[in-house]
Design a protein around this ligand. Structure first.
Ligand SMILES: Cc1cc2nc3c(=O)[nH]c(=O)nc-3n(C[C@H](O)[C@H](O)[C@H](O)COP(=O)(O)OP(=O)(O)OC[C@H]3O[C@@H](n4cnc5c(N)ncnc54)[C@H](O)[C@@H]3O)c2cc1C
Length: 403
């Protein structure tokens, strides 16, 4: 970049926005301010898996070790089981080099670890963005609390219902998928002594349940995916009904071990699941998007956060090469072109995994579904986990330099 530090506003202090703040500061040398609507960071949430491709990004940023210390590495590969708990396929859990294994993270822990890596005075809490105005040489952002400020550029990391996306780009809204998730965490000390410290999925007709360890195995994350015709808004904090969750997985068609697990749950949250067709552009001038705001995806590939992390480091590499503030718009355009291809693959993979997990009856030959799930393990490892966002960014930059 040029002689003067470029000033960038990152809207949203979630996992994507905070990774972006670290990457833009450490790699592009940019002066970042993060604006988060909540009054406290990382107050709410459940579990997410940080996969090998996301960990590679965190490693490059120098923050992988504290993240791993706050998380839980499972004992080995996960399992896909039928609703009665019979093994269907093993799930990928590490990259081909066996360098990185999936880590289960409690969202508040991940947000807090990332926030500690960002200068305290760069995060402004209690700032809900309401409007954004492109100017001749910058962008003005306006917040509900009356604050207005100008920056050289803006990165919208404000999640599925992004104000940045909707106020400026008029892109299509994410679409409710017809499914909701019951989501929460369980005190792991309540579990039977022989409970497996791995990721487990139970697949039944039209619904599935998954769980895996978090926080040095002190907590267990769970998600019950069930159909719902009520388009619930996505949320980290909408309380759900534990009895309704239990009823979804009751009866003799479900594994008694799973039912015991559910009987231990005392608190759950609702989460409407949204999907998005891949966008054809998500940058306009000096404004761009990152994470869920750019590429909402169903959660079935466990890649939303990981893709936000890949976005963050790619954006930093492209901004580092930008020629002064006047080069920002072009850098954003190039970043978008590169990331759109990758995230579209994950959006499609997530959709496909969801239908494999939930729709037994749609498969004429369930043995073929099972074979696809087994084959999916190689795809997951080679296409998803082995991906190196830094190498991909460097390769793309070389290509652009030749143009
Ligand atoms: C059931 C379920 C399971 C999942 N499991 C996984 C998994 O295992 N692995 C994985 O990688 N992903 C997973 N995901 C997806 C993952 O949670 C999202 O992809 C991820 O949270 C996206 O991060 P983000 O930073 O883009 O958005 P968010 O995490 O939504 O953060 C957005 C931030 O912006 C703030 N904000 C919003 N609007 C404004 C505004 N107007 N002004 C200021 N601030 C604002 C919000 O308060 C929030 O802090 C799962 C999702 C679901 C629903």
């Amino acid at each position: 970049m040029g002689d003067h530090p470029t000033r960038i506003a990152v809207i949203g202090g979630g996992m994507g926005g905070l990774t972006a703040a670290i990457a833009l500061t450490r790699i592009a040398g940019v002066d970042v301010t993060v604006f988060e609507q909540a009054r406290k960071l990382g107050d709410v949430g459940a579990g997410v898996t940080v996969a090998p491709n996301g960990q590679r990004v965190l490693d490059r940023l120098g923050v992988l070790e504290p993240v791993k210390r706050a998380g839980a590495i499972p004992d080995g590969h996960g399992v896909y089981q039928d609703s009665l708990g019979n093994l269907v396929a093993e799930a990928a859990w590490e990259d081909s080099a066996q360098q990185y294994q999936n880590v289960g993270m409690y969202r508040p822990d991940l947000v807090n670890v990332l926030a500690q890596e960002v200068e305290t005075d760069t995060i402004r809490l209690g700032h809900r963005l309401t409007a954004i105005h492109p100017l001749e040489h910058g962008v003005r952002v306006e917040f509900e609390n009356g604050v207005q400020e100008e920056f050289d550029a803006v990165v919208g990391a404000d999640g599925i219902h992004s104000v940045v996306r909707d106020s400026l780009m008029h892109l299509p809204e994410p679409v409710y998928s017809g499914f909701m998730a019951y989501r929460g965490v369980l005190d792991a000390s309540l579990l039977p002594d022989d409970w497996r410290m791995i990721s487990q999925v139970w697949m039944g007709e039209g619904k599935h349940f998954m769980c895996y360890p978090l926080q040095q195995r002190k907590l267990f994350n769970y998600v019950g995916f069930v159909p719902s015709d009520r388009p619930l808004k996505e949320s980290w904090s909408a309380p759900g009904n534990v009895a309704d969750l239990a009823a979804e997985f009751a009866g003799e068609n479900w594994d008694p071990r799973l039912q015991h697990f559910i009987s231990l749950i005392d608190k759950t949250f609702w989460w409407g699941l949204y999907d998005h067709e891949p966008l054809t552009n998500w940058s306009q001038g000096r404004v761009t998007l990152l994470g869920d705001s750019a590429h909402t995806m169903l959660p079935h590939a466990g890649q939303g956060v990981n893709q936000a992390m890949e976005d963050a480091i790619t954006l930093a590499f492209f901004l580092k090469e930008a020629e002064g503030v006047d080069g920002i718009a072009e850098a954003f355009k190039r970043y978008t072109a590169v990331r759109m291809q990758r995230t579209a693959i994950l959006q499609n993979a997530s959709r496909r995994s969801g239908s494999q997990f939930d729709a037994q009856n749609e498969f004429e030959d369930i043995a073929k579904r099972d074979a696809d799930l087994r084959a999916g393990r190689d795809f997951r490892r080679s296409v998803i986990f082995d991906f190196d966002a830094v190498k991909a960014a460097e390769k793309a930059l070389t290509r652009f330099r030749r143009i």
